[in-house]
Design a protein around this ligand. Structure first.
Ligand SMILES: Nc1ncnc2c1ncn2[C@@H]1O[C@H](COP(=O)(O)OP(=O)(O)OP(=O)(O)O)[C@@H](O)[C@H]1O
Ligand SMILES: [Mg+2]
Length: 344
């Protein structure tokens, strides 16, 4: 290993709506935590209490003196100060300060991020201690991370289903031919479960319970037996206000998730229609790659195949794809220079 490489903590960051991952050059993904910051608020002063996993446990459970915040919404920074505090904490966790220079960092941003949003991300990362900050479009990072041959002269479609958004992109020759982001992702699925239970069962549950239902028995397709598996859940009975325990089954979850699933299917179809014919033909041949945490929703690949007629695969380690791809851009910076933006 080169001398510089021994001490450098150059890193790639996937600053997601739900999770932030940090890839350290030469080491791989070494941090993976929820994008949540908990503050202690006293006399109008805010002090960071916890960041990441421990802060997520506090979401929806805080007393008046503590505030748990998710600074990212729909893939971009919604709360600048909180985002900066979070990035700083995460960088500190992986970067041994005092060693040589400040790190060089590559961060991925949604394809549809505006110049203002890009600048906000770049500034936050700089304020958090980075020297040079490069940006890479998330769909490109996702495709690289999923091992797709993005530099070939063929059409490749990648669908990254994150917490805040689903980004559908068609890539060829290392660049984006078409990309569109829809504001449907894991958060929307959680909300759909919350509202289904409220409407159909007069039961009020929190977002964390909804997420647990989704990741435990969530499915995009009606189960063959019309019921599927079930699980016990707790919430508040809206009729009398008292806690209530009940059971929810996969058919109910499928019904609750029908709309967001449909919107993801439509985004894929719209992308295919907007893709030039030769590239669209490649996609029909090669199929579509799903990445992101939402890709893990039960039978989503099957539902997408039924509704679009395309072959669908779920990337290995789909939750890590974007971070791995951003990390690869850092490792092979010379070869992938054209996809990294240093000065927008
Ligand atoms: N097994 C699973 N089934 C369904 N959804 C899942 C599963 N595991 C994780 N998720 C969901 O995936 C989402 C997080 O995915 P990911 O980490 O890719 O998002 P993100 O990168 O933070 O968000 P974005 O890319 O929109 O900024 C969460 O909504 C989470 O609930
Ligand atoms: Mg993401």
């Amino acid at each position: 290993m080169a001398f510089g490489g021994l001490f450098s903590t150059d890193m790639a960051i996937d600053l997601g709506t739900a999770n932030t991952l940090v890839y350290v050059k030469g080491k791989g993904v070494i941090l993976n935590e929820p994008s949540v910051v908990a503050y202690h608020v006293k006399d109008g002063q805010k002090k960071v209490l916890e960041v990441g996993e421990d802060a997520k446990l506090m979401l929806g459970r805080t007393p008046g003196s503590i505030e748990a915040i998710r600074p990212m919404r729909e893939g971009v920074i919604a709360d600048f100060d909180v985002a900066e505090a979070m990035i700083k904490e995460f960088i500190n966790k992986v970067h041994k300060r005092g060693f040589l220079s400040k790190p060089h960092v590559i961060v991925c941003v949604p394809h549809g991020a505006t110049p203002v949003e890009k600048r906000a991300i770049r500034q936050s990362v700089q304020m958090a201690g980075a020297k040079k900050v490069g940006l890479i479009a998330e769909p490109i990072a996702a495709a690289i991370g999923a091992g797709m041959p993005i530099t070939d002269p063929t059409g490749n479609m990648v669908v990254d289903i994150g917490g805040g958004t689903t980004e559908v992109a068609v890539l060829s020759l290392g660049d984006i031919v078409y990309a569109r982001s829809v504001r449907v992702g894991g958060d929307r699925m959680d909300e759909a479960i919350v509202s289904y239970l409220r409407r159909q069962h007069n039961l009020l549950i929190g977002d964390s319970t909804a997420e647990r239902i989704k990741t435990t028995i969530g499915t995009a397709r009606m189960p063959d037996d019309g019921r599927g598996q079930s699980m016990e859940i707790r919430g508040r009975d809206l009729l009398n206000g008292v806690p209530k325990e009940t059971e929810i089954n996969q058919a109910q979850v499928a019904e609750a998730l029908a709309e967001p699933v449909q919107q993801i299917c439509e985004a894929v179809m719209t992308a295919l229609e907007a893709t030039p014919p030769d590239l669209a033909a490649d996609i029909v041949d090669r199929g579509v790659m799903l990445t992101g945490g939402g890709a893990l929703l039960g039978e989503l690949d099957l539902a997408l195949r039924e509704q679009t007629g395309l072959a669908i695969s779920v990337a290995d380690e789909s939750l890590n794809c974007v971070a791995m791809g951003t990390g690869k851009a850092l490792e092979y910076e010379k070869q992938l220079r054209h996809v990294i933006d240093y000065d927008s």
